[in-house]
Design a protein around this ligand. Structure first.
Ligand code: FEO
Length: 385
């Protein structure tokens, strides 16, 4: 995955991690990307998660061929990228760390054992640092995904080192479409910070970029407009596709049955994209990403202890924290003696921006019957227009 002859990939794949960030299932692993710029002042772009320090240092040693790095650029202090800084400095103690004021504040917080004589060089917004043939220019990207994040533009070979931006779950050698796992990564990890991503895209808009080198997933070289457009859509909270996500929280299967009936009705009416997700069992992060992908969503939930079945409450909490907005939502509730799920879901949706809740709410009393089917048919009609 080398970028050019002089910008070499040094990252590692993590295929045995159980959960990324202790919450995300990564069926095809994840990569911690790192790059080396071979020049008069050899520069390493970021370290890796300490789970893979040894493998990464071995990669560096091979690339450096006995030379020593002059700079280590620290784009992001989150431990999946900065976790090997101490180990790196043990081996290469004379390296100058390049970061911004916040980088160094967080660095000291994370690493109390950082040697006192560690060399640090603080860069400012837009500042250029020459490595010889290559020149790095730094642009701050606060909250994409932490406050200290900065991206680096290499002017000679026109490479944007984009930190978490344009990252993706799945190691770079995984044969899969970029968008699904990039969306699941973006919405769940950076989704809350759409305005910050928009601000960064404005800054990057003035640069001639030939290659995007993120900290996770593949290096992007061709058809960059496609990736930039996806990021523009995601960060402005626009739906990506016209379609319906039906997310259900069912205790004994009756609410699930209603959700499946509705799915069939929508398909019958020619609604092209319909996706069903079982919030008790399916991947929560994928459900959240799908909610952002489509313009419409149906929430079907059993009443539980006078409120919502917990996986629905959890789903709505995730949506709120990722700033879910500008969508149409329909509600299906179930309850044997006092159905309250609809009211509870509505209340939580009111805390989100620009959510249109359809008035046509379906109430199931215990199990699907003819009356329920009629209500579902009416809802399917409304959703298909
Ligand atoms: Fe991949 Fe925000 O760290």
């Amino acid at each position: 995955m080398d970028i050019t002859k002089e910008i070499v990939y040094a990252g590692v794949n993590d295929k045995d991690i159980d959960l990324f960030e202790s919450q995300y299932v990564v069926k095809n692993g994840v990569s911690y990307n790192s790059y080396v710029i071979l020049d008069e002042k050899i520069t390493v772009m970021d370290t890796v998660d300490k789970r893979k320090s040894g493998e990464w240092l071995a990669n560096l040693e091979k690339i450096l061929g006995g030379e020593k790095p002059f700079y280590l650029v620290v784009s992001h202090l989150e431990p999946d990228h900065a976790g090997s800084i101490l180990t790196f400095l043990e081996k290469y103690p004379d390296t100058v760390l390049l970061g911004n004021a916040k980088t160094f504040l967080f660095l000291d917080q994370f690493f109390a054992a950082l040697p006192k004589d560690t060399k640090k060089q603080t860069v400012t917004e837009g500042e250029c640092v020459s490595l010889g043939k290559h020149t790095l220019q730094f642009f701050f990207a606060p909250m994409v995904h932490w406050p200290e994040v900065m991206v680096t533009y290499e002017q000679t070979e026109k490479v944007l080192f984009s930190a978490d931006g344009f990252g993706k779950f799945g190691t770079p050698d995984t044969k899969e479409e970029w968008a699904d796992e990039a969306r699941r990564y973006y919405i769940n990890i950076v989704g809350k910070y759409g305005a910050s991503v928009q601000a960064l895209m404005k800054k990057a808009g003035g640069l001639e970029i030939h290659t995007i080198a993120p900290l996770h997933g593949p290096v992007l070289r061709e058809n960059l407009g496609y990736y930039l457009e996806k990021y523009d859509i995601w960060s402005s909270y626009r739906p990506e596709e016209s379609g319906v996500l039906i997310a259900y929280a069912s205790i004994h299967g009756n609410t699930a049955e209603a959700a499946k009936k509705l799915e069939g009705m929508l398909r019958h009416k020619g609604v092209g994209k319909v996706k069903l997700t079982d919030l008790s069992r399916d991947d929560m992060a994928e459900a959240v990403a799908d909610a952002f992908c489509y313009d419409k969503m149906v929430l079907a939930c059993a009443t539980y202890d006078g409120g919502l079945f917990p996986c629905m409450e959890d789903f709505l909490a995730h949506l709120k924290s990722k700033a879910y907005q500008k969508r149409t939502v329909a509600l299906v509730e179930n309850g044997t003696w006092a159905p309250l799920a609809g009211k509870c879901m509505k209340k939580l949706l009111e805390e989100m921006k620009e959510i249109k809740v359809l008035e046509n709410m379906v109430t199931i009393k215990s199990a699907v019957n003819e009356h329920t089917l009629e209500q579902l048919e009416n809802l399917a009609d409304e959703l298909s227009h």
